[in-house]
Design a protein around this ligand. Structure first.
Ligand SMILES: Cc1ncc(COP(=O)(O)O)c(C=O)c1O
Length: 377
C-alpha cells in the first residue's frame, strides 16, 4: 500500500483526530525509521520523546519475547512480580515513597489529580498557562488552550491557571482551597519553554510554605530527556507527586505516578490494565538500559553539542539535554522540508521540536545539522 492509498482508506474508517504528516512508517531500527517505500529517515523526535532507546532495541525485544511467554495480563485482583519490581525501581530512582502504574501520561495526571484532592480534602488545583497535561477530562481541565478545551466544556471545576515562570503570580493565586500546584519543569507541547533556573526551587519553597502539594509533570522531561534522569534534579528539589510516562516504556504504553503524600484507600483508584506485567517488564528493561548505557550523560553531551552547533548556525534555539526547540518562520513548512531531507521532527506553532532517542551519536547529530543547513528555516 502506498501513502495515497493509506490516506484514502484511513479517511473512511478512522476517527478524524490526527493532523498527520505525510509519511507512512513501516518499520524502525535504532535511530532510523523506514516508510512504506523503504525510504530511510533519521528519527529526531522519538515518537514525541518516547523511544528513549530508539526503535526495536534488542533488550526491549528480548524482554517482550520472554515476558510474553510467561505472563501478559492478570488484572489487579492478584499480585505480580514485574509490577512490584518496577515500583521498587521507580521509588529508588525518584526518591519518592510509593508508585502507582498507569497506562499512559494522561492516566498519570488523572491519578495525581485524584490523589491531591483525596489526600488534602481540598478541590482547587493550579496549573500554568500554556501547560499540556493530557486529554482525558481531568487532565484536560489542567491543559491550557482553547482548541483543546472549548469543544468539551464544562470541564472539571476548580482548576485555574497562572502565568508560567512567575512565582509572585502563583503566590497570589494560592488560597485556602488549593490542594496542589501542577508544573512541567519545561513546557514541551507549547514549544520547549524553559523557565528561569531558580523557578522550580521557588515554587517548591512556596508550596511547602503554603502547605499545598507540588505535582511535577515529568511525562516529557523524565528518564534522561533533559540531561538528568529527572528534570527536578537540575533544581535540587523533590515534588510531592511526580507524573511519568513516555520515555519510561521506550515505546511500550505505560506511565506512573510517584508520590510521597498520603495514599488512596483500596477501591478509590484502579484500572483493568494498570501495572500489566508485560508493560512493567519492558519498563524495567528500559530504565536498566538507560542506566547501564549511561544514556542520561549522552543526552546531556549530545544535547549540548546540538545546541552549540545550532547556535553557531545563527538559529534561535533553546533546550536542555535532548529537548530542543528551534524558532522558525513556519513550523510545519520546516518539518516538511526536513522530511524531504530524510529527517523526522515535529513542531508546535513556529517551533521545530527536536527530541531524538537518547541513543543518538555524534554522526546522527551531524546528519541532522547538515540537513538543517540545506533548508531555509
Ligand atoms: C507534559 C505532558 N503531560 C501529559 C501528557 C499526556 O501524555 P499522554 O499523551 O501519554 O496521555 C503529555 C503528552 O504529550 C505531556 O507532554
Amino acid at each position: 500500500m502506498d501513502l495515497n492509498e493509506i490516506q484514502k482508506l484511513e479517511s473512511m474508517v478512522y476517527a478524524n483526530t490526527f493532523n498527520r504528516l505525510p509519511v507512512a512508517i513501516k518499520k524502525g531500527k535504532g535511530m532510523y525509521l523506514y516508510d512504506v517505500n523503504d525510504k530511510r529517515y533519521l528519527d529526531m523526535f522519538a515518537g514525541i520523546a518516547v523511544n528513549s532507546l530508539g526503535h526495536c532495541h534488542p533488550e526491549v525485544v528480548k524482554t517482550i519475547r520472554e515476558q510474553s511467554k510467561i505472563l501478559i495480563h492478570t488484572s489487579n485482583w492478584f499480585y505480580t512480580i514485574p509490577q512490584l519490581e518496577l515500583a521498587q525501581l521507580l521509588v529508588k530512582i525518584t526518591g519518592l515513597k510509593r508508585a502507582f502504574i498507569t497506562n499512559d501520561g494522561t492516566g498519570a495526571v488523572e491519578t495525581a489529580i485524584k490523589l491531591a484532592r483525596k489526600t488534602t480534602g481540598k478541590r482547587e488545583i493550579i496549573a500554568m498557562k500554556n501547560a499540556f497535561h493530557g486529554r482525558t477530562l481531568g487532565a484536560l481541565s489542567l491543559t491550557w488552550g482553547e482548541r483543546y478545551r472549548k469543544p468539551f466544556l464544562p470541564l472539571v471545576p476548580e482548576m485555574k491557571f497562572v502565568e508560567y515562570n512567575d512565582v509572585d503570580a502563583l503566590e497570589r493565586s494560592i488560597t485556602d482551597k488549593t490542594a496542589a500546584v501542577i508544573v512541567e519543569p519545561i513546557q514541551g507541547e507549547s514549544g520547549v519553554i524553559i523557565p528561569d533556573d531558580n523557578y522550580l526551587k521557588e515554587v517548591r519553597e512556596l508550596t511547602e510554605e503554603r502547605e499545598v502539594l507540588l505535582i511535577l509533570d515529568e511525562i516529557q522531561t523524565g528518564f534522561g530527556r533533559t540531561g538528568k534522569m529527572f528534570a527536578f534534579q537540575h533544581s535540587g528539589i523533590e515534588p510531592d507527586i511526580l507524573c511519568l510516562a513516555k520515555g519510561l516504556g521506550g515505546g511500550f504504553p505505560i506511565g506512573a505516578t510517584l508520590f510521597s503524600c498520603n495514599d488512596f484507600e483500596p477501591g478509590e483508584h484502579g484500572g483493568t490494565f494498570i501495572g500489566n506485567p508485560l508493560a512493567c517488564a519492558v519498563a524495567k528493561t528500559v530504565v536498566r538500559v538507560i542506566m547501564e548505557k549511561k544514556l542520561v550523560k549522552n543526552s546531556e553531551r549530545l544535547g549540548s553539542y546540538l545546541l552549540r552547533e545550532l547556535r553557531e548556525r545563527n538559529l534561535s534555539v533553546r533546550g536542555k539535554g535532548l529537548m530542543i526547540g528551534i524558532d522558525v518562520s513556519d513550523g510545519k513548512r520546516s518539518v516538511l522540508d526536513l522530511i524531504e531531507k530524510g529527517i523526522l521532527t515535529i513542531y508546535s506553532g513556529n517551533t521545530v521540536r527536536v527530541l531524538p532517542p537518547l541513543i543518538i551519536e555524534k554522526k546522527h547529530a551531524d546528519q541532522f545539522l547538515s540537513a538543517v543547513e540545506d533548508i531555509e528555516l
